[in-house]
Design a protein around this ligand. Sequence first.
Ligand code: ATP
Length: 211
Amino acid sequence: MHSIAILGGTFDPIHFGHLRPALELTQQGFDEVRLMPCHVPAHREAPDCSAEQRLAMVELAVRNEPALTVDVRELEREGDTFTVDTLLEMRQELGEEVSLNLIMGMDSFVGLHRWHCWEQLIDLANIIVTERPGQMLPTEGVMARFLKARQVSSSEQLQQASSGRVLVQQLALLDISATRIRALIKAGQSARFLLPETVWDYIEQHRLYRS
Ligand code: ATP
């Protein structure tokens, strides 16, 4: 079955902390990892970086890596998007015989039961929970029970199911955040080697994140 992992984010800017885990998932047999930049209300965007520029940087970053793709549907939709609506739309496009896998950090996973239509969401996709040091798996409550019922131990088991399974996965841990990159640039320092050279060149060329 064709398998797609989905990594959503603001990518403001995209950096190796996003790209390395995405690549590792392709090395574990996922056919495609889709980077999905999200819509950010204008007042919450970094004041000197537009949605078009965030997208341009994501596209530059994946240009030579065919298994990493870019999905613009959330960026193009006006207003906030519910993940469940994105997944519904993808299902309608791709049909049932595709393994859809939503990537989320442990911090998001523990609060998943508060997401809009979360029970429908897990009928539409599997979940890849990425582990960070110091973050604990839930041991009681709704998400602990959910995990007990749905957890699998290998990426193959996700790739064989179109939805409904959960894998807790340790991926590359790079201590890089977009916040830190923006702060470096604002302070007049270089952010090279935290993100692809092509993205850094774009940032310099367009004088992003300086004010
Ligand atoms: P910001 O610092 O602006 O909050 P960010 O660097 O955390 O941004 P996002 O675009 O918010 O980047 O992240 C998108 C997704 O990538 C999130 O699920 C986030 O947990 C994950 N992610 C971000 N940085 C890393 C990293 N260094 N290692 C692993 N996952 C990361």
